[in-house]
Design a protein around this ligand. Structure first.
Ligand code: M6R
Length: 607
């Protein structure tokens, strides 16, 4: 959610922290702020809105000092105003916080009774006021910070600096990620390794409950009991240049164009080129005998999971339970012992999915996670990680991570089918060939971009849009509807095409375009009949099909996109790229903030 960056060192802190915040802005952009120690005094600059507003403030009111912390906010408690912007603080301490302090009301009442004066509506300020209270009582920064952290309930990643203590920063995490970067004579804190990418590749991640005391020379880690602990320094593969726009107008446009690349890279990791067989790392269970699978995720990753369910059930004959993580977590379902838990997440930090992971592990299920961030909390807590090789995804709307997730799930399906005896050698070869053809076919989708733009002209005029699909094209419709809502602010709903006649068909008139994901194949005729029913009631049809389906659809649809012909197994991948481009083109026409749509954040680390 919010992004945190901090430095203690020998160079001016503000440009370093600001650059870190730029790389974290995808986590939240309701407000931003930086605090530094200037000759031992705490100085703060904050601004509502995006980082550019903070840059303007810093231009006229520069911040000096070599110790500093910064924050980009996704508001939870308190409006996104300058006053509620982090860092929060007093003359003694400044803090930045990501997460939610659940007992903040109790603590605030207690602190106010002791004379602490609050200035904001946020839960986060409680941390600053409590540290201040302990400092005023004569405790050292370390004592005050540790005493405060012991009182907090909820989720937090926090960084603190203290007046009169140049070169000292204290960080802590509980349920929200925090990483320490090791430089030469300087040390950094960041919400993720992306923030620290241009500064250092030597990173240590805090475990849940950890605290870290940082000076320019070293980092001392303490676990949740306060005992000193070692945390391994890992060398990240990220390079600073990996997150530029490369001449594209938006990150989303760049990331859309990376579909072929990430599918190819992910396949390279999962398919042995010599044998053309899917190769999985050692598994935490026997694929041949597991009775069921449980898939959970959020947002787009959940829709990828739904497509995975179609594949795993049909091809590997593995029964699948699937639910969004925020529901699965609290539904307490009676899961079959011996089932395999499967999580999907780009960030590996989504709080709902992480909570579901822990719930699955608590009841003894092995957990396999499909993750893009391979150093994330979920990666550390899973029994097995199957990595999507999508690289950093910056646009809040997920695109390339989705097709990389589908690629991994397709490979997993093939491996499962082989292990369970539902897929013979010839069958495996056929599906692997379909996958290996995908990067080239994915690239061909972009030859339809101009036609999709024309379709977007109709969608952009609408207030409501219906997306329809059957079988594995139904979650593709859901992904299309989510993407449209997210970045163009047009209301969109996805329905299983066969469900239309059970209610939503009453919505149909000329003002509600219907986007159909309808590849040729066994479900084509039935879906076509559903579209005919909508057409008969005045609906304007916009269809994503393939070359084989184009002629039939052209007869009834106002716009038909004939996407490249592929094996039916992988049509959801190709169709997804089509509906994602439609959302992008519509957002361009609407003039919205494509990469940072309102009210959203890339990494959702609160429940
Ligand atoms: O990082 P994750 O994959 O766990 O994120 C899950 C969702 O928050 C994410 O897919 C969200 O729905 C995207 N903004 C969709 O474009």
């Amino acid at each position: 959610m919010c992004g945190i960056c901090g430095v203690v060192g020998h160079r001016p802190a503000t440009p370093i922290v600001f650059e870190g915040l730029r790389r974290l802005e995808y986590r939240g952009y309701d407000s931003a702020g930086i605090a530094t120690l200037d000759e031992g005094r705490i100085e703060r600059r904050r601004a509502a809105g995006k980082l550019d507003n903070l840059a303007a403030v810093l231009e006229t009111q520069p911040l000096y000092g070599t110790t500093g912390i910064g924050h980009t906010r996704w508001a939870t408690h308190g409006a996104p105003t300058e006053n509620n912007a982090h860092p929060h603080g007093t003359s003694r301490v400044a803090i930045v916080h990501n997460g939610i302090i659940e007992n903040f009301e109790t603590l605030r009442t207690e602190l106010e009774a002791e004379g602490q004066v609050f200035e904001t509506e946020t839960d986060s300020e409680t941390i600053a006021q409590m540290v201040d209270y302990y400092l005023a009582a004569g405790q050292s920064p370390r004592e005050a910070a540790f005493a405060t952290l012991r009182r907090l309930e909820g989720a937090y990643a926090v960084a603190m600096i203290f007046a009169g203590h140049e070169g000292l920063m204290i960080g802590a995490r509980h349920g929200a990620p925090l990483a320490v970067g090791f430089g030469d004579g300087e040390m950094f804190l960041g919400s993720d390794s992306l923030a620290l990418a241009p500064l250092t590749r030597r990173i240590a991640y805090l475990d849940d409950g950890d605290c870290v005391v940082i000076t320019p020379e070293k980092a001392e880690f303490f676990d949740h009991t306060g005992e000193p602990v070692e945390r391994k320094i890992q060398v990240t593969a990220l390079i600073a240049g990996a997150v530029g726009k490369d001449g594209y107008r938006h990150y989303m446009e760049k990331e859309l164009h990376e579909h072929p690349l990430v599918i190819g890279q992910t396949l390279q990791r999962m398919v042995d080129p010599a044998t053309r067989k899917v190769v999985l790392p050692p598994l935490p269970c026997d694929l041949a005998t597991i009775p069921r699978g449980v898939i959970t995720a959020c947002g787009s990753a959940y829709y990828a999971g739904m497509i995975g369910r179609y594949w795993l059930e049909e091809i590997a004959r593995l029964p699948i339970d699937i639910d969004v993580a925020s529901e699965l977590r609290y539904r307490n379902p009676p899961l079959t012992p011996g089932s395999l838990g499967m999580l999907i997440s780009q960030s590996g930090e989504t709080a709902d999915t992480l909570a579901a992971l822990r719930a699955l592990k608590a009841i003894g299920l092995p957990v396999l996670s499909v993750l893009n961030a391979e150093h994330s909390t979920m990666a550390r807590e899973s029994d097995l990680v199957l990595g999507t090789v999508a690289g950093p995804e910056i646009s809040v709307a997920s695109t390339k991570a989705f097709t990389a997730q589908l690629t991994v799930l397709a490979c997993l399906t093939i491996a499962m089918g082989r292990a369970r005896g539902t897929l013979d050698e010839a069958g495996e070869d056929e599906l692997v060939t379909a996958l290996l053809d995908l990067p080239g076919k994915a690239a061909e989708v972009f030859s339809h971009q101009a036609d999709i733009r024309k379709m977007a002209g109709i969608v952009a005029e609408a207030r409501d849009v219906l997306y329809l699909g059957r079988g594995s094209a139904y979650p593709v419709a859901m992904e299309g509807a989510l993407k449209l809502k997210e970045i163009s602010y047009i209301h969109a709903e996805a329905y299983a095409a066969g469900e239309m006649k059970h209610g939503p068909i009453s919505l149909i008139d000329r003002t509600v375009p219907i986007v159909a994901t309808i590849p040729s194949g066994p479900l084509f005729e039935k879906t076509l009949s559903n579209l005919q029913e909508a057409k008969a009631r005045g609906g304007r049809l916009l269809a994503f099909t393939d070359e084989a389906g184009a002629e039939r659809l052209s007869a009834i649809a106002e716009h038909t996109i004939a996407l490249p012909e592929v094996h039916p197994f992988v049509t959801p991948v190709i169709q997804t790229i089509g509906v994602q481009i439609l959302a992008y083109e519509t957002a361009l026409l609407k003039g919205t903030d494509v990469d940072q749509p309102r009210n959203l954040a890339k990494s959702v680390t609160v429940e």
